[in-house]
Design a protein around this ligand. Structure first.
Ligand code: MN
Length: 235
């Protein structure tokens, strides 16, 4: 038997400091997971975590120290940046207890959850799914994956690290992953109740406050302390 068309390329992210690749299975994203961002989106209180997905081929892999060109997507006039800590799952499982979550983490990366906010807003209003606002081509730039042991001590999930994003040199988002409403361990616990996590899954953990529009020509520089950086130019 042979394929009737060329099979799609396996999405993969380089592992920092090595010549190895982390093959990507699914890309999960957590919505409204920092208090101040939830507020700016019009919500208060600790609602249960909720999830959406992006296709793995929406990733734009950005090599360490380089700047990737990312096309401004069609159909929007309100493209927003959302800088996020990304967790890479190395060992899968169902019903993972928060206390065991660290054992399932391969590493961490810096990612951008690019969002067509106007289309997402329309979908919300009409009770429609979010894919058109969230899961479009090139919507998930990501930097190299840093191994968990190099980022967080003692096998525990990363609980504290500055997270920031500059646009054209000016800081737009600045927070700390300690401010996640649902921390990494709790997120893995919730997610694995509804889906079986698989090696290769990525989890975009949510963005802090300060999301705003970007336009073609803008230079976006994200960072999570101890994890790495991410640089893209919208073209
Ligand atoms: Mn997001």
């Amino acid at each position: 038997m042979s394929y009737v068309i060329t099979p799609p390329e396996q999405a993969a992210v380089p592992v920092a400091g090595t010549s190895n690749l982390f093959p990507v299975n699914r890309v999960y994203c957590v919505g409204r997971n920092y208090v101040e961002h939830a507020k700016e989106m019009g919500f208060t209180g600790r609602e249960p975590p909720f999830f959406f997905m992006k296709p793995a081929d929406a990733l734009v892999v950005v090599a360490e120290g380089s700047t990737a060109d990312v096309p401004y997507p069609p159909g929007t006039s309100d493209l927003h940046h959302e800088i996020e800590l990304v967790v890479a799952i190395g060992t899968g499982g169902r019903n993972i207890a928060a206390a065991d979550a660290g054992k399932h983490i391969y590493g961490y990366a810096v990612g951008l959850d690019l969002t067509r906010r106007d289309l997402q807003g329309e979908a919300k209003k009409l009770g429609r799914p979010w894919e058109i606002g969230k899961a479009f081509d090139h919507s998930a730039p990501i930097g190299p994956i840093r191994k968990a042991a190099e980022v967080a001590a003692g096998g525990q999930p990363l609980s504290q690290a500055g997270i920031s994003l500059k646009v054209n040199g000016a800081t737009r988002q600045s927070s700390d992953v300690s401010k996640l409403i649902w921390n990494i361990a709790e997120t893995i616990e919730h997610l694995s109740k509804y889906w079986e996590l698989k090696p290769g899954d990525l989890i975009f953990t949510g963005t802090p406050e300060g999301v705003a529009a970007v336009v073609a020509g803008d230079l976006l520089e994200g960072e999570v302390q101890g994890v790495g950086g991410l640089k893209i130019r919208l073209v």
